[in-house]
Ligand binder design. Structure first.
Ligand code: SAH
Length: 467
């Protein structure tokens, strides 16, 4: 089985520093189930490719299990283990590329922490769920995925496709993240036995899944399949993976929300903001509306009151906020016809999500500034490339206005969870760039009383699809 990793980030040969493997050498490592070779089939400044080739020895595997009851059948010697990507590849990633998996690079510390253009090709992965399952695993993580199916037997095309595929994944991603995705998802795909299954498997799963598995739409399937269905382990892992959303953190967030309200209260800015967004949505004639990062559902409440909006989907990453929204909207008590107009779902805007497709307009109100800057690119792809509604309305604070808020100390953001706040020029430049990239045109509107020097407290962009 073969894994190749390529980058086009110049100088591409820095991949050698990231992997701690010299591009000029071929190295061989001895592992319990065979050997692993690392070499570079392609080395140039513009593109560099490292290959990890595993040589699994099926006879050595059988030797290790000689005491078992099952006896020695032919299948123990003749099977797909030497050829397909399985948990052996994960073991090899951990043992041979351990520093890279842990995000460490002695010589290129910063590069190891940065998302770079990477491509991983896997020959060959088994997928009983076919192409669709492969997509469900990798696309929510932001990968562009290219899948080549293999026929069962090329001399008998009528036998159809096999369960084996070559897969190429492309993304701008940290190498450590890419490796941890592969580390967990390859064994998830392989329904074969987990030869290297250890007592610390739950811990490995939780550690490698940190930061992405908690919010992956297929989390449960991944955990169940990775742990080969061992029920108590699965339960244990799922509990640990939800613990990150502790009520304490949510309480902190709620407190921050209250603080932001105090800062902005004088002009009841949020009401004006929602009023402006609603007016634009209404004017667009759209019926099917997304409220992305819907929070406690204040916009949803207004949308629900207006019959024009026949399909409303609110999404947020926070279960706490969704719970409050559900109570506030009294969803349980709505008559069935009304109830059908609205749905609330949990999900993250930095992962592609098919549930967001097919809507005419989207509101993203005071959300972008809650995303880490390096994640904004993923967010724009999720909204403008994949969900791709006709219209997107986004609002965000105008940082130039902050000195006018009496209760806000100089240099502070309005909300502790804000990762950034932008000037009008910064917001507009960002929006213009994404318009060019995705084929949208934008207009900008102030929200709240406008000051001659610093503008209005909040800013809104209305983007409409041109292509
Ligand atoms: N739009 C709402 C809430 C704004 S607060 C309103 O105007 O009232 C920002 C919201 O973005 C929070 O509810 C937060 O949970 C949500 N959020 C933050 N990161 C997110 C992500 N990655 N995906 C989806 N929602 C996110």
């Amino acid at each position: 089985m073969l894994l190749t990793l390529s980058t086009t980030r110049v100088p591409a040969t820095d991949l050698g520093f990231l992997l701690h493997k010299n591009p000029a050498r071929t190295q061989t490592f001895s592992l319990s189930f065979g050997s692993a070779h690392v070499f570079y089939p392609e080395v140039s400044d513009d593109r560099c490719t490292a290959a990890l080739l595993l040589d699994v020895d099926p006879v050595a595997l059988v030797r290790g299990t000689s005491g078992r009851k099952e006896g020695r059948t032919l299948a123990q010697y003749v099977n797909d283990r030497p050829y397909v990507a399985s948990s052996f590849l994960s073991v090899a990633i951990a043992q041979v590329l351990g520093s890279a998996l842990g995000g460490r690079s002695k010589e290129r510390t910063e590069l190891a922490a940065s998302p770079i253009p990477l491509e991983a090709r896997l020959d060959v992965v088994p997928s009983r769920g076919g192409e669709e399952f492969l997509r469900r695993l990798f696309e929510p993580l932001g990968y562009e995925i290219d899948i080549e199916p293999y026929p069962l037997d090329s001399t008998f095309p009528e036998w159809g496709e096999s369960l084996y595929f070559s897969v190429t994944l492309k993304a701008v991603v940290r190498l450590a993240d890419l490796l941890s995705h592969l580390y967990l998802l390859i064994p998830t795909l392989d329904s074969g036995k987990h030869y290297a299954f250890g007592s610390d498997e739950v811990e490995k799963l939780v550690r490698q899944g940190e930061g992405w598995l908690e919010s992956h739409p297929e989390k449960e399937t991944i955990v169940r399949r990775y742990l080969k269905g061992r029920r108590t382990l699965v339960q244990d892992a799922l509990e640990q993976l939800t613990e990150t959303e502790t009520p304490d953190l949510d309480e902190v967030e709620a407190q921050h929300d209250r603080e932001e309200e105090v800062v902005e209260r004088k002009i009841s800015l949020h009401e004006q903001r929602l009023g402006s967004v609603l007016a634009v949505l209404k004017g667009s004639g759209a019926h099917r509306i997304l409220d992305l990062g819907c929070g406690e559902g204040r916009l949803l409440e207004l949308l629900l009151k207006d019959k024009q909006f026949t399909n409303i989907l609110g999404m947020d990453v926070s279960y706490r906020s969704l719970g409050i929204a559900q109570d506030k909207l009294r969803l349980e008590r709505l008559p069935p016809m009304q109830r059908e107009r609205i749905s609330l779902i949990q999900g993250s805007l930095i992962y592609r999500d098919r549930r967001l497709e097919g809507y005419e307009a989207a509101a993203v109100v005071e959300v972008i500034e809650h995303l880490d800057l390096p994640r904004l690119n993923a967010f724009t792809r999720v909204v403008f490339e994949f969900a791709r509604p006709q219209m997107v309305v986004m609002t965000t604070p105008n940082i130039e206005y902050n000195p006018k808020f009496e209760t806000l100390a100089a240099g502070q953001f309005r909300h502790k969870d804000h990762r950034f706040e932008w000037t009008r020029a910064e917001f507009q430049a960002w929006v213009e760039t994404l318009c060019l990239r995705f084929g949208y045109a934008a207009r900008f509107l102030p929200i709240g009383p406008e000051d001659a020097d610093v503008g209005a407290p909040s800013q809104m962009a209305v983007l409409e699809k041109t292509a």
